[in-house]
Design a protein around this ligand. Sequence first.
Ligand code: PLP
Length: 379
Amino acid sequence: MSNQKIWLSSPHMGGTEQNYVNEAFESNWVAPLGPNVNGFEKDLEKYIGQESFVGALSSGTAALHLGLIILGVKAGDEVICQSMTFSASANPIMYQGATPIFIDSEKETWNLCPIALEEAIIDRIANGKKPKAIIAVHLYGMPYKVDEIHAVAKKHEIPILEDSAEALGSHYKNQRCGTFGEIGVLSFNGNKIITTSGGGAIVTKNQEAKDKVVFLSTQARDNAPHYQHSEVGYNYRMSNICAGIGRGQMEILDKHVALRRKMHDFYADYFKDIDGVTVLSEPNEDYFSNHWLSAIVIDPSKNNGKTREDLRLALEQENIESRPLWKPMHLQPVFEKYPYYGKDVSEKLFDNGLCLPSGSNLSDDDKNRIKTVLNNFFQ
Ligand SMILES: *Cc1c(COP(=O)(O)O)cnc(C)c1O
């Protein structure tokens, strides 16, 4: 067996990406915009359904930022955000000069806890400020508790900015992730389920909102022959080259989702007889995760005191990458002074959780190497 590095999640090209990129070169659509951008947006709209309107952008982070702007978030506003997530979910709140209010996770999907969410909303209103938006995340591709979360948001009339950066291809009750929120966000960063080398998209419910996103993402130029501006603009649009890669990747998206789900099954099967390990899995048939990353929680008290860090180091020894779960935002030095609602669910997940190699391009040889380390560790 070789000792080549096994990555947590690495880009996996399908084969046709280069055709679209070559086309862009041949037609000299190398400069921003062009037919691949429109084509990629149409592909995404068709894929996620629900009569969505998609705007392709330079990153998922840019999509979150414009999403907050579209929802009217301004300096001094409060925005609720799932604490257990990647920092890019929360950073755009700061770009707007708003205040993040962090919320704990629940144990089933590891996403936003509906009970803590409602407690927070009631308390913030009592404090004098109603939150302007809720950022809910489908972590590792697992849909959050859509019905419960949206019921709370609807009751208090607060829009949801749905961070679906990790969940393209996931669905809940047969509706695709990215289409639940007032605004949805997708990412095509290098490690995501499909990649454009770097990129993202915003999902809106009408043409007007999409037009606004496109306007803002291309420097907010008013309709005039010279450069005329009445609003602050951004340079956030996706390039025609990146969109070409995206079009090729759309052709193999479902195949890659199936392969990631197989990696999850590989771990679920492996750990089913090991008492002290839980694999993040769908709570019931309503949920369908793309299993972007397969993740486990290790209970040291049932594994002779061995921790997730011990396993991470054992894998590293064999040149296999794994990573602790996202460290909750309310524990991050940059965010620790902001309000937090909930208990210690996300903290415990962080202490004991580990993401395992999950790529759609792992070979049988790779799986055997992973299995050998697990066998030695859990024997
Ligand atoms: C990757 C990611 C983002 C940011 O997307 P980029 O395209 O990398 O800017 C936002 N939220 C979550 C949960 C992510 O995993």
